[in-house]
Design a protein around this ligand. Sequence first.
Ligand code: MG
Ligand code: ZN
Length: 391
Amino acid sequence: MRQFKLSTLSLLAITLLFASNSLTGFSQEQYKENKVVVAKEQYKGGTFYPVQQYDQVKSKKGPKNIILFIGDGMGLAHIYASMTANGGSLFLQNFVHCGFSKTYSSSAYITDSAAGGTALSSGVKTYNGAIGVDAAKNNVETILEKAEKKGLATGLVSTSAINHATPASFIAHQASRGSYEDIAADFLKTDIDVFIGGGTKSFEKRKDGRNLSNELKEKGYQVLYKMEDIQKVTSGKLAGLTADEHNPPFSERGEMLVPATETAINLLSQNNKGFFLMVEGSEIDFLAHNNQTTGVIQETLEFDRSIGKALAFAAKNRNTLIIVTADHETGGMTLNGGNNKTGDVTAKFSSTDHTGICVPVFAFGPGAEEFTGFMENTEIAKKMMKLLKVQ
Ligand code: MG
Ligand code: ZN
């Protein structure tokens, strides 16, 4: 039955591909469908990017800034496949403090991105689907909100819609992740300095008739829709809305997370009290739901290059803690073959959904040594709050 359903979806995808030459990304709820029609298991190695080595930054004083990278659905296989695809190295290799995060939620052994995001933003285990609320549906304060209260600058960057579960968990409080318009409205209740991602529809074409982009402009935000314009912003508050819903996958959108991360760091680092930034490689998860080896690798490599930009900043700045982790693993990905010289990878998947295995945690900078061994996903939030002194 499941087999039949998948092949029907593939046929539908092929039909759609022939019907229209241009695929326009993932719609808000359809990202789990099997729509990208390419060879599924094989990644053909191509060009490699150079990976710089950075000295470890140690300091008795805690970090002034924290940059949290969440690779949605990014397990160890996704990382190692990408490392192989890049000729055996990634920027992630600069992280020498590593641990494992237990991702289960309060309602399930296998979490979703809402409960996973809320654990990482607030230090609270909650039910699948919950955005910034606990198991009893009470609002929980997130690290982004706590940082804002203390006068730090704050930002969110994602390749998905910015009001999708992961970024939403840092800024919104809703009982259900599907309340996209309510989540978008929650952005207006904060003073977030920078956000860049998809999701224009939930801000501008709303059932309640509000136009949140106009409201953002009234609050002093520059509201921009194209990465080429977003990249040029060097001061002030910025709302970058680069797609109606989710941005297209890397094969269609090209480099987006890298310039978005650079822009956000450049703007946020102008606050001398410090900043908190969350950057999400959202579509590692989408392509893993689709069991697309090539797509998973392309998304993970762009995520790694974004980490490279943060490392370059942190190595110079010396007051910045970078954490890289995932909310859960997606796809039950395994590596059945690879070649570090050619970059070729063969992978298989045991699921088209999330799995229950723990995910890696990587830390670089002041306080990094606290993120080793096995930990609850909620401990990551608590440690970050303590180190940033925003409890
Ligand atoms: Mg996500
Ligand atoms: Zn997912």
